[in-house]
Write a protein that binds this ligand. Structure first.
Ligand code: DGJ
Length: 721
């Protein structure tokens, strides 16, 4: 049921979840201000006091012109604002200014858990309006916000800035946690205290945009972010193109956080009556540090943010690291048997299966020609899929449909389909070009890549890769609107993914970008999971997985056991079990006891995966703090838990301290058993098999870590009657 309010005297608008409130208020000047963001107050009348204390100036400008500029919900450019605008626009008459006055707001309860509030703002002089949307998820304490910008001027207007959201915070100190990345070192966490001025985390890469930074942050108030204490905002932008997160501390030590599409080189010409919709900024406020923030986001993501987020995933064997481009039908069918022997659900055929005029025998040819190479696979994909099925495993396949090699039939036929700058040398990266997804014909082609493959029958899984960024980018299709390229490419890609999702709604798909160069909640609407990194050395991988675990639930993060490091098979597998388990190893080369271990680990994983995928994550010891990482997942009923302890490179005899467990039921008794032991291995956890109360485990704790470098302990914790 809608409730709509029109410009009454200074209305207050509350966007509330179970534990959080965002409060907005209209000033006497009809501008909209944020008066509160934080832990929900018991008495809603108290928000008036907060707003009086904090924001009395919004009601009466007491002589200081700067006061009316602070805490604006969607600050504009060109009149009185002196700070970074959320929106900047030039009107048909050349006037570069915008003012946005409150017009009305409405709130609708979409279901038991979700409320949507829409606030209409409009320029008093020009026919330009902005609708701010807030979707509040009650149980998960998550808010999604975005805007719709439209106008009725005679000709198009030019948009220069178009943030999804601006949030304000007032604290003595502001601490930022960011996630810097590169190939093979994704999602590394770095904390810094913000100083006056603006700190920007953004991407200008056009495609594979997260390669240098994950579009996510923690902003902690007054102290550095901690796992279980402190007020912080965890935010992320659901946009797969260039993004921008800016943190601006002004002369008054007040912080503005703006998030959205990166307006860099992207002035946008908006036609009358067309709507420019900004992507959703997704955030949660936690007064119990990063741990609670992650659990909020994970719970939200499983339900609303990740394709089939509450459904089971397929464990798999991938051939990439074993064969690279060098395989044939015989080798692959042999690997189907290996997958079956391991006990996984699916065989995933990676890069190198396609191209006939220019077979894909390396990264220099064939990309774009999505027909099986006859010399390698004479009986085609249908045969392979059938053989896999006869062996008892499903069949999945790798594609990189947004890209093309110069040595391909596709490029010979459509040289104008690639992004390429006139009068400049063409620039390749991994000897490939980016296809122009702004062009609807290219969109049709990319859709057909998946659609045609689905017609070959029995493809149960896709890995969708993307191995380069945009350089020398120019779209023949966009003609004189080149500044739309970054945005239209991303929208074009979403159009393709929308078509795939609507035709194949249950098809599981893994997102990959030369490792973890793509991870955001716009993509995850279409993908069941993403590949975190090509770096599968378990030592490094612990940090990478730790980083992604802050924002993405385990069910969406793919980890494979490979031979990248020289560590034991147990350590490699135990580390991969932190998320969605897969293998990318030569099974034939495993020793007998290693194979036995893997088979047992897969069985254990299948039993425990509902807890790992759907349970709550408690990060107990960070690898950034000690030379070990300890974490546990607990199911919703608090009857089953898995604890994973990974020892990194401690000094001799580290004497690791006791670890207090979290998330259990204090009243329950729990039996703890060490699992995932090598066939001839002894438990590290000497008390394996004993029972403790949840109260004891959470107040006193246990010694759970192995003292030895690059070893691991997996504990299965089960409530007993
Ligand atoms: C990069 C991916 O991250 C790898 O897993 C593999 O699929 C290669 N591309 C194939 O070219």
């Amino acid at each position: 049921m809608y409730s709509t309010m029109f410009a009454q005297e200074n209305p207050m608008i509350r966007i509330e979840t179970g534990h959080t409130a965002l409060v907005l208020k209209v000033g006497k000047n009809q501008m909209l201000y944020q008066t509160y963001l934080g832990t929900k107050l018991n008495n809603s009348a108290d928000y008036e006091s907060v707003s009086k204390e904090n924001t009395k100036s919004f009601v009466v400008n007491d002589g200081n012109p700067l006061i009316d500029l602070r805490h604006l919900t969607y600050p504009t450019f060109g009149t009185t604002n002196l700070f970074e605008p959320a929106i900047r626009i030039t009107h048909n008459d050349g006037n570069p200014s915008l003012e946005l006055a409150y017009i009305s707001h409405s709130t609708i309860k979409t279901d038991e858990n979700t409320t949507e509030t829409i606030i209409q703002l409009k320029d008093p002089q020009y026919p330009v309006s902005v609708a701010i949307h807030y979707k509040a998820f009650y149980n998960e304490d998550v808010i999604e916000t975005w805007t719709e910008i439209r106008h009725q001027e005679k000709e198009p207007v030019v948009l220069y800035n178009y943030a999804s959201s601006v949030l304000h915070a007032d604290a003595d100190q502001y601490w930022l946690t960011q996630f810097f990345s590169d190939w093979a070192e994704e999602a590394r966490m770095e904390d810094s205290k913000l100083t006056r001025g603006t700190k920007v985390i953004d991407s200008k890469l056009g495609v594979r945009t997260d390669m240098f930074a994950v579009p996510a942050f923690y902003l902690s108030l007054n102290s550095k972010s901690a796992e279980n204490t402190g007020d912080l905002i965890a935010g992320t932008i659901a946009w797969s193109g260039n993004f921008k997160l800016a943190f601006d501390i002004d002369n008054n030590n007040e912080l503005r956080i703006s998030a959205g599409i990166n307006p860099y080189a992207s002035e946008y010409t908006l036609a009358p009556d067309k709507i420019f919709t900004t992507p959703a900024f997704i955030y949660t406020f936690s007064n119990q540090g990063k741990g609670q923030a992650s659990r909020n986001l994970h719970a939200w993501a499983r339900k609303y943010g990740v394709k089939d987020g509450e459904q089971p995933r397929l464990t798999l064997l991938n051939n990439w690291e074993t064969t690279f481009f060098n395989f044939d039908e015989k080798k692959l069918t042999g690997m189907f048997t290996d997958a079956k022997t391991l006990g996984v659900d699916l065989f995933l055929l990676d890069d190198g299966w396609f191209g006939n005029k220019y077979p894909r025998s390396g990264s220099t040819s064939g990309l774009g020609d999505w027909q099986a190479t006859q010399s390698k696979l004479p009986n085609g994909l249908g045969f392979l899929a059938k053989q896999a099925s006869l062996t008892g495993v499903k069949f999945g396949i790798w594609i990189e449909p947004e890209m093309v090699n110069a040595k391909s039939e596709l490029y010979e036929k459509h040289p104008d389909w690639v992004l390429s700058l006139p009068n400049r040398p063409q620039h390749t990266y991994r000897t490939q070009f980016v296809l122009d997804l702004c062009n609807p014909d290219v969109q049709d082609f990319v859709f057909k890549v998946v659609d045609d493959l689905m017609q070959t029958g029995s493809i149960s899984f896709f890995k969708w890769d993307c191995n380069r960024m945009m350089t020398n980018a120019y779209s023949v299709y966009l003609k004189n609107k080149q500044s739309h390229l970054y945005i239209e490419y991303t929208r074009g890609l979403y159009k393709v993914l929308d078509r795939i999702k609507s035709k194949y709604p249950k098809l599981p798909m893994m997102l990959c970008a030369g490792g973890g160069g793509r991870a955001d909640y716009a993509f995850l609407n279409y993908f069941t999971e993403f590949w975190a990194s090509d770096n599968t050395d378990p030592y490094d991988r612990i940090f990478i997985q730790w980083g992604f675990s802050q924002f993405f639930p385990a069910v969406s993060v793919c980890n494979h056991v490979t031979s990248w490091g020289n560590q034991s098979i147990k350590f490699r597998t135990d580390v991969a079990m932190m998320g969605k388990l897969g293998f990318d190893i030569n099974v034939e080369e495993l020793k007998e006891n290693e194979l036995k271990y893997c088979q047992q680990a897969v069985t254990n994983y299948k039993r425990l995966s509902p807890v790992i995928w759907l349970g709550d994550l408690y990060r107990l010891i960070s690898p950034y703090d000690e030379s070990r990482a300890v974490l546990m997942y607990v199911n919703q009923e608090k009857t089953k838990s898995v604890l994973l302890s990974y020892t990194l490179h401690p000094m001799y005899d580290p004497n690791f301290s006791t670890v207090k467990l979290q998330g259990l039921d204090a009243q329950k008794q729990y039996k703890i058993e060490e699992i995932n032991l090598m066939p001839d291995g002894k438990p590290v956890f000497e008390e394996s098999g004993k029972t403790w109360s949840g109260d004891f485990l959470m107040k006193i704790g246990l010694k759970v870590s192995s003292p030895k470098k690059e070893t691991s302990v997996v504990l299965e914790i089960s409530a007993v009657e």
